[in-house]
Design a protein around this ligand. Sequence first.
Ligand code: NDP
Length: 501
Amino acid sequence: MADTEAGEADSAALTSPMATTASGPAWEYAPAPESREIVSIAPEYGLFVNGEFAAAKKGRTFATVNPATEEQLAQVALAGTSDVRRAVAAARAAYERVWEPMPGTERAKYLYRIARILQERSREFAVLESLDNGKPIKETRDVDVPLAAAHFFYYAGWADKLDYAGFGPRPQPLGVAGQVIPWNFPLLMAAWKLAPALATGNTCVLKPAETTPLTALLLAEVCQQAELPPGVVNVLTGAGRTGAALVAHSGVDKVAFTGSTEVGIAIGQAIAGKGKRLTLELGGKAANVVFDDAPVDQAIEGIVNGIFFNQGHVCCAGSRLLVQESVAEHVLDRLRQRLTALRLGDPLDKNTDIGAINSRRQLEKITELSAAGEAEGAHRWSPPCELPSRGFWFAPTVFTGVSQSHRIAREEIFGPVLSVLTFRTPEEAVAKANNTPYGLSAGVWTEKGSRILWLAQRMRAGVVWANTYNKFDPASPFGGYRESGYGREGGRPGLAAYLDV
Ligand code: NDP
């Protein structure tokens, strides 16, 4: 394990009661840290190409750090264009010689094997994800890793049933998929991309985000362990330029991207007219709508889960709370009370609710947008909260008095920042909810089923959650429209993204 003395000291500081409380409860929690011992982090990682780890052709590397402490975790190979060529060639050879001709029943066995190994090594994945990403262990342990395994199980089940999936007899795979993923759910996004692509007979070159490469590399190890044929999955670590070279490569038949709208547009432009298939899962600015008849206790939990889960680094986060004016004060009082009980600090502590911001750059973006909220006249509130002295941290923040023209009501902050607006009538709620260039998700809280259906029909969002929020299931399609992208991941529609249909 590449643990330094400084790293140990940092994590001790993080688990001290001083550093872990957001104040509030009348008692102090004792630290409950998950051990790092289960994870063995190498000082240096190579690229995973054709079933083997090897240094980048030019020998370049970059550091990945623990955002909670700024401790360097490892040096990781930086893939250049010649590495992209090598990986795409390996994927092409594996596609033609092994993976596409293989019967679905056989492909399924590999996917089941990967799913089971993910479950067997789930603690290792959970700890590594928390270290590299900064998210709390209770989320990596209970959400990221189990859902990643569930995606492999789910798509393994489809691999031998594609003839009956509703796309006609013998639907054909596309070929080599170039897949670029972000840093907010590194393992889970890898699973969302790889599982349907592999089940349908495609081979993959995956580019994880620069700040969170380690679980994708551990997943590559799992592919070796599962004896997946060499070249079927390749992992190229690097920065945006590596991603750009991958999607532009002429040997890539299908591009799948999750990330910012800005980069999604750039990718769309770069590959326009090249005959590649493209799916984009981009940003969001979701409305979470609370009516006066909503079950308030549940709604408060849904609001908290909607925006403070994963430090708000969630494309479908409920970042705009629309609350009916008649209950607004009551809901906000209860929300403030609830937020004072959230615990911010060491991501490896099992009691932690809010972990570290993923990078200095993201922290600067959240800080800048929050300052703009104040400057534009919104009222800013955070619970009393002591932030650790090292690492990247941002206190949970609520803005009231927000108007629709404010930047914090329009731009994706991608952090633990909630903008609160009010409405009087259902029609006004719909108008305000849809007043965004995005269209990824929405939430509605009311006891009336008829109102849920009325609202869901009018919300311009790919997913509408009713009396819940941020619920995911591999069988349920996910995706947006307008500036949130196009194409669906998950469920049967997720197969179509990787088939020539
Ligand atoms: P990006 O969209 O830049 O990154 C997503 C992935 O794309 C990363 O792997 C990145 O590489 C890669 N990439 C960057 N540029 C290119 C390119 N030209 N061609 C191909 N791939 C590329 O997101 P950021 O990390 O920069 O975050 C910026 C903002 O985007 C956030 O503040 C947030 O608002 C939003 N975002 C939205 C996400 C979502 O799921 N909707 C996810 C992440 C961010 P690398 O990171 O290594 O440079």
